[in-house]
Ligand binder design. Sequence first.
Ligand code: ZN
Length: 319
Amino acid sequence: MSMNLRIKIIVAITLLCAAAGCGVGHGPVKEHVPAAKSGDSQRVIKEVIPDVWRIGGTSWGSKDFATLSAKGDSNVYLIQLKNGLILVDCATIKSMPIIEDNIRLAGFEPDQISEMLLPHSHADHTEAARAWRKRYGLRTHLSEVGAIFMDRDDSSLLGFVGGDYPLKYAPFVVDHRVRDGEVFGVAGTEVAATYVPGHTMDSTLFTLELNGQIIGVSGDFVFGPAEWNKGGGGIGAMRTLWKASLRDYRDSLKNVLQMEIDVLLPGHGRIIAGRENVRKELTTALATIENLIATEKIYIFGMHKPQLKRWMKANGFDD
Ligand SMILES: [Zn+2]
């Protein structure tokens, strides 16, 4: 099998990260425990660091990391900036009422939110963006790359994977098409954008200063810690469907390792707090990528073995 063909195989890595502090050393953490609703487990809305609340997302199997919204959702964060509230990602449409509720549990109203940062366009992060924008007039910020795909009505970057990921294609207006290296204002705070292609072509790291710390909004670039990868170095699932690239990923990680980031807010898993912990996760993720490039190891994700064998046969691969 040629390298090209190998790279064309659906590749996925679902390694998640080792335990790092969650809101460690940054003052008191407020917790709001809502009454359980029918069918819901009890939800706990945490201020994970001062002025940042995790208001949506699933546990991804971690026992001590709360499921706050519908199955399959990315993390959703609410951030209080100088001149207003912003959302980071908004997850799926069916979670919208739950997330609205979670915002209230954090002590705010959804109509106080003015902007939404979207580190990439995968649907588990953005399916509800259209609805949020329509109901609350949020200004959306997404990579120009993602916006171009949406202009073309091309849903490949949204991350649909046949029947195992039954989300709807809900293109939304990108109010601000973010460029690499751009610095722009969001609710009175400067936000810097760094393109970090690899997981997807439109992956973007947003950095901003909050209470004296540099916060990185990282989407699926590096995942937070979870039960099933205590060694750390979690990276986003990679599929040719959404134009993943190991080599781009390597370059992006090297680039971000030059930056000073105190806290990462990942799209899945726990937050990564502390400059050394951030560096460790990035370094371990880079080692994962280097290893994949060096060994041509292929990790298959999202297909059961018989299904995979049929797919390989149909696509001309030998066993
Ligand atoms: Zn993703």
